[in-house]
Design a protein around this ligand. Structure first.
Ligand code: FMN
Length: 429
């Protein structure tokens, strides 16, 4: 019988993806302090291109140098100069060397910009992120002119990556970044045309999509990463998500990637935040215990005809197959396993039944101190530190030539802090 994961997928724009496995977007931190892709970044994507996925998504590329999700993000905030053009082209060339797709994830971090990058980041409204620890600053509400400028830059960035040899783009409207902040009534308390009813809250996203489409033309894949829900009381919920998905379909989007959660409620990683998870109205299946958003995809697929990619928690091959054969997902996104096992898709095609669950073994605190995890600041720190472990693996892959899965979360955090400080110093230079 033919392998459901190894079938091609034709997108509405006509582009064809060779198989159903995609590397999910993972921030690399491998650009220069000024946001230019480095040879290390290209090397990493060469490894991933060799790894068998039909499509690779870049980590988020920022449209504003003052709103990084993390130092070391690639930044495209204007038409690229010659050096930037060359660096983007080298990255795209390495990332497509096996004939797979390589899409740029375009983003703006908004209030989820770290304080050491910007103590007063711009956001839909002056609503501070509800996390302890002082890692994030006090946001300032964007003016209408500033929103229009950000929307324009999504188009500039899309045109630049297309010219560089990327084969698609994804507008990042999930995980509590700027466009996702606009979608949520908790972080968007505006009373103008960008706030209030859902159609207004979705306006920046729809404007960004229209600008991007105009920049890349009709034959180039344009995708959106969207939350199934923020899973927070009074936040963007699944009903909202279904409506937005319909609007995205009408706007000519080629694929919606479904995820969920924010920094405050990190459901995307299968982790619970400080407040209770706001349950959503969706039929529950047993598969959802492993693949966090597969039930949402099944329900969304009844509303829209465009392809859906689902990311979050997929480790077992049979669950991936079920997601595809049930019609819920057209593409399966894989994230964390590929920070160590860069050829996870190829391994699955060779018959591997289950990918490693590194996250299950990671903890900042030794078992005898685990009670401290109940303290809100410690719990928040521990979630970030676990992420740093994955960042550290990417760094080892390109600088040492291999991952170091034996590294402790504590050692990874120290390593990441040092790398980050270097990048922060370079920003001012
Ligand atoms: C190290 C790391 C970096 C990430 N960076 C991004 C990013 O830049 N953009 C994004 O949309 N999601 C990002 N994510 C979320 C992943 O795309 C994905 O949604 C999440 O890891 C769940 O998939 P998994 O269970 O297969 O890891 C990141 C996750 C990890 C672990």
């Amino acid at each position: 019988m033919s392998d459901p994961l190894n079938q091609s997928l034709t997108l509405p724009c006509g582009a064809v993806i060779n198989n159903r496995l995609a590397k999910a977007a993972m921030t690399e931190g491998l650009a220069t302090p000024k946001g230019v892709p480095t040879p290390e970044l290209a090397r990493l994507y060469g490894l991933w291109s060799d790894g068998g996925a039909g499509m690779l998504l870049s980590g988020n590329i920022q449209v504003d140098a003052d709103h990084l999700e993390r130092p070391g993000n690639v930044v495209i905030d204007r038409e690229p100069d010659e050096a930037m053009r060359k660096a983007l082209a080298a990255w795209a060339q390495a990332a497509t060397r096996n004939g797979n797709h390589f899409w740029a994830q375009i983003s703006h971090a908004g209030r989820q910009t770290q304080k050491n990058v910007n103590p007063h980041p711009k956001a839909p409204s002056a609503v501070k992120l509800g996390l302890p620890g002082g890692q994030f600053g006090d946001p300032v509400a964007l003016t209408v002119a500033e929103i229009e400028e950000i929307v324009r830059r999504f188009g500039v960035c899309a045109a630049a990556v297309k010219e560089a040899g990327f084969t698609g783009v994804q507008v990042h409207a999930a995980h509590g970044y700027l466009l996702s902040q606009f979608l949520s009534p908790r972080s968007n308390q505006r009373t103008d045309q960008y706030g209030g009813e859902l159609a207004n809250r979705a306006r920046p996203l729809l404007e960004a999509v229209a600008t991007v489409r105009a920049a890349v033309g009709p034959d180039f894949p344009v995708a959106v990463k969207l939350n199934s829900a923020d899973f927070q009381k009074g936040g963007f919920d699944f009903e909202d998500s279904l409506r937005v998905a319909e609007w995205l379909e009408q706007a000519g989007v080629d694929l919606i990637e479904i995820s969920g959660g924010t920094y405050e409620q990190p459901k995307l990683l299968g982790v619970e935040g400080l407040e209770a998870v706001e349950q959503q109205n969706v039929a529950a299946s047993t598969v959802a215990r492993e693949a966090y958003f597969v039930d949402f995809a099944l329900a969304m697929q009844k509303k829209v005809a465009i392809p859906l990619m689902v990311t979050g928690g997929f480790r077992r091959r049979d669950v991936m197959e079920q997601a595809i054969t049930s019609g819920g997902a057209d593409l399966v996104g894989i994230g964390r396993p590929m920070c160590v096992m860069t050829d996870a898709p190829a391994q699955l095609f060779k018959g591997l039944q289950e990918l490693p669950r590194y996250e299950a073994q990671l903890s900042l605190l030794p078992p005898w101190l685990s009670f401290l995890g109940k303290i809100k600041t410690v719990k928040t720190m521990a979630t970030f530190a676990t992420q740093y472990w994955f960042y550290a693996q990417l760094d080892c892959l390109v600088k040492k030539g291999h991952a170091e899965p034996g590294m402790s979360v504590f050692a990874a955090t120290r390593k990441l802090m040092a790398l980050q400080n270097q990048l922060l110093k370079g920003r001012g230079a």
